[in-house]
Ligand binder design. Structure first.
Ligand code: FPP
Length: 251
């Protein structure tokens, strides 16, 4: 059951696509004297709440940076802990996600994931493919530079095969070879924990995205922080390089 919004949606511009870099699990755990895994566990709960809040406020696409290509370099125990939480999430949350009308999609290098996790992802994507309330995009073993390199290789392969002509290569064609093909670019990116970096996340897709950096550590990210980010987004003027604002006069 999703509770009533804390404030009226009429006062907010709602991003069609919200992307989040969920940062600060380790620092949250350290500040409380807990092991890092406790931060990730609370972080997984905060991710569940972010899905609920996205539905509640009418966000249509939510992309969560859950595990980067670089995260494989962490100690093996921590990698196993995070993978265990993802496995748990896919096992325990899919029914609820499905009944809330959520469609699951996973981007990133699946070859690096355990086969049972890949199976859960395939089942989740298949069983939710007709849902339209919210598209939940989980970035797993994801790195933007390698996504771009892989897209380029696939285009070149199709040029070799004669399926694509070099003069047909443009931004629209290129986007259709990215992992995010068919997903609109994010309108708003939130990064928690006070860090102000993109960390190899959606580098192509974030070209015109509004960036909001919050000091809150990800495990503490709840509805008040969600609203705070939407307020900041509401105050921004998005001009996409032009001189006209996208703001609609609400009065
Ligand atoms: C960043 O905090 C977080 C991660 C690298 C992992 C994110 C994983 C989860 C939130 C759990 C699973 C997610 C889902 C969708 C179920 P950090 O460890 O880099 O924190 P630090 O910078 O404070 O050390």
């Amino acid at each position: 059951m999703i509770s009533e919004p804390l404030i009226e949606n009429d006062n907010l511009d709602i991003p069609f696509h919200l992307a989040i870099i969920m940062d600060g699990n380790g620092r949250w755990a350290k500040s409380k004297g807990y092991p890092r895994v406790a931060g990730h566990r609370k972080g997984a709960e905060a991710a569940r709440l972010a899905v609920e809040n996205s539905i509640k406020y009418g966000v249509r696409y939510l992309t969560l940076y859950s595990f980067s290509s670089e995260n494989w370099r962490r100690p093996v125990d921590e990698v196993n802990d995070i993978m265990g939480l993802l496995r748990e999430y896919l096992l325990n949350q899919m029914n609820e996600l499905h009944s809330s009308g959520v469609r699951l999609r996973v981007i990133g290098e699946r070859d690096n994931l355990a086969s049972d996790i890949n199976l859960l992802i395939e089942e989740g994507e298949m069983s939710t493919k007709s849902n339209t309330t919210l598209e939940l995009v989980i970035a797993l073993s994801y790195g933007s530079r390698s996504e771009i390199v892989n897209a380029t290789k696939r285009i070149l392969n199709n040029v070799d095969l004669g399926v694509v002509k070099p003069r047909e290569i443009n931004e629209i064609l290129f986007e259709s070879y990215l992992d995010t093909a068919g997903i609109p670019n994010p309108d708003l990116l939130i990064r928690t924990s006070g860090e102000k970096r993109l960390s190899n996340f959606l580098l192509w897709q974030l070209a015109y995205t509004e960036l909001v950096f919050l000091d809150v550590l990800w495990p503490d990210f709840g509805e008040p922080d969600f609203i705070k980010a939407l307020f900041e987004f509401t105050q921004r003027e998005r001009r996409f390089g032009s001189i006209n604002s996208n703001k609609i006069d609400k009065n």
